[in-house]
Design a protein around this ligand. Sequence first.
Ligand SMILES: Cc1ncc(COP(=O)(O)O)c(C=O)c1O
Length: 476
Amino acid sequence: MNDVLDRLHEMQSHDVPVTGGRTLAYVYDSGLEETDRVGREAVAAYAGSNGLDPTAFPSLLTMENELIGFTADLLDAPDSATGTVTSGGTESVLLAVQGARDSRPDVERPRMVLPVTAHAAFHKAAHYFGVEAVMVDVGEDFRAVPEAMAAAIDDRTVLVVASAPSYAQGVVDPVTEIAAAAAARGVRCHVDACIGGWVLPYAARLGRDLPPWTFAVEGVTSISVDLHKYAYAPKGTSILLHRTAELRRPQFFASAAWPGYTMLNPTMQSTKSGGPLAGAWAVVSSIGDAGYLALTEKVFDGVDRLVAGIEAIDALRVVVRPDSTLVAFATDETCDVFTITDAMTGAGWYVQPQLSFQGGEPTIHLSLSAATADHVEEFLAALGSAVTAAVASGPISIDPGIVDFVGSLDPAGLSDEDFDGLLAAVGMAGGDGVGIPESMAEINALLNLATPALREAMLSAFLDRLQRPTRNPLAT
Ligand SMILES: Cc1ncc(COP(=O)(O)O)c(C=O)c1O
């Protein structure tokens, strides 16, 4: 048995760390060891339970209702509000779109109006549910433009979306105006606060200058907020809140059209582990309102020092002053973000490159956690060294022939063999086939030149080849 756990821990040691504050994307770290321990124990205690039937597992129902109640208070929800715990931000967004579509059976070819900065989960929802995404340009400050959003609403619109904040640049859209425009046309308005929903209310209480975006805003019909981000819960929980029970109703799926139990699901999953819900309940109960206020104060203090420190590095520029805990910065022409990203990885800091979009510059994204706030000066020192090295080596230059070649590729016309060749040509496959590349800078610089369709196709081809079975490894 111990061998199994040893192997597990050995494999895990090659992953990015989930605690310690040095991973600035994908994980959110409170830095509270005891709370993490309680969360993990709760997950383990409930790993085998099944959220499919709350009458068989009433404790799951109790925990879910308590979490929804806490969140409703946090987000200024009226007494009529109801909600559901889902598996993550994407599921909350999918359900918001599905519910909006199914609330309007009279609309034949439904649409939703999105600022271009809305999370990709909405495009996934468009794809899954046949709701056309109408993309609206944002302003120079990366915030949605209410007049343009209002102008994009038509008789086929079933949903209007705003972010609080957007992932890529960390700014809050003007929700008051957008929700008013939606309400004037009788359309639902969803605020995607998956990543900011748990910190922004505390930031407002701490006196930070933020526009309103919660249910206090007229016309907001639903809000998504992830517990596995800034509630610092273990992975696997988000909340979708609706202003009324009636707005939630189309989200429920019931089927008695078979000989077994009547299937009744408020979420996409049916059988689902109670582990993540119990973990979230335990963490939120442990940290509590006062704890979150303190963690928010700490993380924003870190954000302010981080922003000032990045601005003080010659070659760098923060693209917009963030409303939240997410920071995006770009370089001048002396270096590039991809070289810096690799150097930071080498120095033990995980940062996330963001490719250029609609002619914009590529950036580096940082999601700050409370635990990172203790290490901001260390981070800035590592970043300073990475930038010095990146300036010394100069920006990555790609052979003009390759630039032309990448520009001429239409992914729709490429075969599997073409993708094999392409992955090898750009360094995403070596002699042993496709594996995780050691260095990403050149690959990212190339992907940065590709169209979104080609990026999607190449990365899908890459993942397809990574995810191939290892035959018989577990046989004893
Ligand atoms: C604004 C926003 N919406 C939705 C999501 C999707 O959340 P998840 O990755 O939990 O599915 C994210 C994730 O970062 C996000 O930032």
